[in-house]
Design a protein around this ligand. Sequence first.
Ligand code: URA
Length: 210
Amino acid sequence: MSAHLTVVDHPLVQHKLTIMRDKKTSTGEFRQLLREISQLLAYEVTRELEMTTKVIQTPMQEMEAPTLAGKKLALISILRAGNGLLDGVLELIPSARVGFVGLYRDEETLQPVEYYFKVPEAMENRVVIAVDPMLATGNSSVAAVDMLKKAGATNIRFLCLLAAPEGIARMKEAHPDVPIVTASVDEKLNEKGYIVPGLGDAGDRMFGTK
Ligand code: URA
């Protein structure tokens, strides 16, 4: 992708996002909307995938038809909230390979610490889409991308629902080669590192843990 930041301003995305932000929206509705919106975002994040052609036989005649080039995509969910985005994206790209990155924040150093890492083989030959609904401080996202690069990935995109300017700046500084696709750039982070106006804790809202 060419742009470092793409904000998907499609009316359906923006309408669904407004319902998701509303604190009155139930867990079930939130999850359903996340699934729908993630497919619309996936459409955008895959817009510039490389294509090739193959010869097929339609019922009418032979034709040289467009098809995706290269190895299957790798979708990487940054646990746990990434799983909410992953489900919808997988519906659109069912043949994608899937990986998981688990990080927690060390309460003393405030740095992300890895607790789980499992990704598909041949990462260097795949388009890799890392998914996490909230790009907040950017600390865990940057750490996740570090890990993906260490595993060989060279063509990574970052897909999120909301981004804070602070997180975008952090990602751009650490990984200028990783384009970000999001539905919104919100105003700022609050003192606890939450995005405002935001939508609260994405994991809690999609899994109903609060
Ligand atoms: N993670 C969330 O779930 N929400 C935020 O606002 C920031 C990080």
